[in-house]
Each structure stands twice: as C-alpha cells, then as structure tokens.
Write a protein that binds this ligand. Structure first.
Ligand code: AMP
Length: 283
C-alpha cells in the first residue's frame, strides 16, 4: 500500500478489501482508464459532493481492446493522474496491474448479450463484454454504493445499467454530462493522438450533433434526412465516417421514424484516431 499523503494508492484486491471493511457510509466509484482530463474530474467532483468516500480506479483493461496494438497505444501517464487525483481530493486510487485483475486461468465473462452487439459493439466485437466483465469485477472488489459514468460513452451507460438491473448489483448508476473543449470537441484521452488540424476538424462532430438537435426541434422526424445533413458537415473535413446512427435509446435499434426520443451517435476516424460522440433528442 502506498500513501500519496493525500490519498491511498491500493494495488491489490486484498488491500482494497481491508480498507473497505473499515469504512461505512456511502462510497462513490469512478472507473477510468487513466490519462485523466476534466471529463473524469467532473464525475469525481459529483461523486465527492454526493458521497462520504470516493474511489477512482485506473486500469487499462486489455479485454475491451481489439488488436493488441490499440491496447499498447492507449495513452498512459500515472504521474499526471496522481496530481489530478490529489487536486480532486479522492480517498483511494485503485491501480491494479493486469495480473491482479486477470490472474492466469481467468476464464469468466459477463455479457449483456443483445445490447452489446449494436452500434459500437458491431464495430468492435467483444468490446462491451470486456467492459461488463471488468466493471463487474470492480464493483465486487470496491463495493461502491454509487458509480459514475459519462454520457460521452452513451452505449456503455445503457449496457452497464442493464447489467446492474439484470444481475441486481446493489449500486446506483449516475450519469454525468459530456464535457467538451472550447471548440465543442468532447474531451477524450484519445484526443492526444490528434494533430492540431485534426483537432480543429473534429469539432465538426459536435457541430453535426447540434445540427441534428436543431433539425429535430424544427420538426424533422426522418432519421435519414438528419443523418445526411450531419454527413455534409463532416464530409468537409478529412474525417472518415465509421457510422452515424439514430436509434431507440433503450433498445439501440435503428429508427425509421423518430417519435419522441432518439440517441444520435457517431464514430469518425481522424487519421488513425477513432472518435465517438452522441446526443439525445427528446421532446
Ligand atoms: P475512460 O477513462 O475513457 O474509460 O472514461 C472513464 C469515465 O469517464 C467513463 O465513464 C467515461 O464515459 C467518462 N468520460 C470520458 N470522457 C468524458 C467526457 N468528455 N465527459 C464526461 N465524461 C467522460
């Protein structure tokens, strides 16, 4: 166990169990993959306001990556993260290594079978099984009363809520708004891979989502018309659209007509960097 003066850094499950056995009251938990930014901090701040204790985990989870090179390329900077966590006044950082989470012989998988096949899941097979497996483990290790996730990863939120409901995890799931930079680009650890020009061009993702909202407010209900208008904006850049979806926010099935609400989500490549963003449409 390392004591960072202001908060504990626990690296093993045994250490967390020992700490957890001695604390009572509410515990807010924010799972992350590190390379922390203001989006993460907004979730931490909310957790601190709403709970007696706050635990953050940093674990780049190999099971939710496809090719090994994506996992290796994921940005990491623990020194920077420790400063952020100190300023954010957390109680505990859980910082396990891969062997601690997946010792030799580990073979269990938690899967929200249908929702995990849609949208991001269709493009990144196995990704959400990796997410639900690791979040189940983290919930069992940390035993939070509440956990905090970002709307930035809209499908992840939907899947985690379903997992918690189906498996009756005693954890309340809270969702924080997407935090954006000045030009509207959603903050993401992956943005560090963007060149300056790509960063500017990537602002078109949020521009296209704002246009979707505007068209919907003006009465447009045809998803194809909205998607085409969004495409026109992004096509002016070097961005390569992976998908634009307008789906039912509960089932994630594509809509042919928008009734009362919809989840608009998209994935676009800028160079090798794949960015995602989304917004909700509702009356
Ligand atoms: P990550 O470290 O990317 O796995 O993200 C950890 C948590 O922070 C997830 O619940 C994300 O949805 C959330 N998050 C990431 N980026 C943002 C953002 N820009 N605004 C709000 N939450 C975010």
């Amino acid at each position: 166990m390392a004591d960072h003066k202001d908060f504990l850094i626990l690296k093993t499950v045994a250490e967390v169990r020992e700490w957890r056995n001695n604390v009572q009251g509410s515990l807010g938990f924010i799972p992350t993959m590190g390379y922390l930014h203001v989006g993460h901090v907004s979730l931490i701040n909310r957790a601190r306001e709403e709970n007696d204790y706050v635990v953050v985990s940093i674990f780049v989870n190999p099971k939710q990556f496809g090719p090994k090179k994506d996992f290796n390329k994921y940005p990491r900077d623990v020194t920077h993260d420790l400063h952020v966590l100190k300023d954010a006044k957390v109680d505990v950082l859980f910082l396990p290594d891969v062997d601690e989470m997946y010792p030799e012989g580990f073979e269990t998988k938690v899967s929200v079978t249908q929702l995990s096949k849609k949208l991001e899941g269709a493009k990144r097979p196995g990704h959400f099984d990796g997410v639900t497996t690791v979040i189940s483990k983290l919930f069992n290790i940390i035993q939070p009363t509440s956990a905090y996730f970002g709307q930035k990863d809209a499908q992840q939120v939907i899947i985690i809520k379903k997992m918690v409901f189906d498996l009756q995890f005693p954890v309340h799931i809270n969702v924080g708004d997407t935090i954006r930079g000045e030009n509207g680009l959603a903050l993401s650890s992956r943005n560090v891979h963007l060149q300056q020009k790509e960063k500017e061009e990537a602002a078109t993702l949020s521009e296209s989502l704002l246009l979707a909202q505007k068209l919907f407010q003006q009465g447009e209900r045809n998803p194809e018309t909205i998607k085409n208008a969004m495409k026109q904006i992004i096509k002016k850049t070097t961005g390569l659209i992976d998908y634009i979806s307008i789906a039912n926010p509960r089932t994630l099935d594509e809509l042919i007509l928008i009734d009362k609400e919809a989840l608009v989500s998209l994935a676009v490549y800028f160079g090798k960097t794949r960015l995602i963003d989304n917004c909700l449409l509702n009356l």
